[in-house]
Design a protein. Structure first.
Length: 123
């Protein structure tokens, strides 16, 4: 069985960078595939300062309204990170309450980069 890290890396290699969310719920698109989803729950400003390769920026304040449309499969693996691991832990709790089964807090940006073996990029 693939580890979460292996599955995420394979998905990123196959699919490239997933689409970013928008503010309008009417234009939210389903993220294609069945591989892990990497979500940066920091603010847009923080995200612009550097993020993990392949991460989708969905600020924590927008996550609730975005996730059900973008990731309808509640069994799909999701990795979340923020600046320190605190907001991403809150995001994990929220997603679990919404019925998502495979939600993991990768921690803060630098910890997540090391843990997931992903480079930091500047969008």
């Amino acid at each position: 069985m693939l580890s979460m890290l292996d599955a995420l890396q394979r998905w990123l290699q196959r699919r490239g960078t997933p689409p970013s969310p928008t503010d309008s719920a009417a234009t939210i698109e389903v993220i294609p595939g069945d591989g892990p989803v990497l979500i940066d729950v920091r603010t847009v400003r923080e995200h612009r300062g550097g993020t993990l390769a392949g991460a989708i920026n969905v600020p924590l304040s927008q996550l609730d309204g975005w996730v059900a449309t973008a990731i309808p499969d509640r069994a799909r693996p999701i990795q979340l990170f923020c600046a320190s691991g605190s907001r991403s832990e809150g995001a994990c709790r929220l997603l679990r309450q919404l019925g998502y089964q495979h939600v993991h807090n990768a921690g803060g940006l630098l910890v997540a980069a090391a843990r997931l073996h992903l480079p930091i990029e500047h969008p």
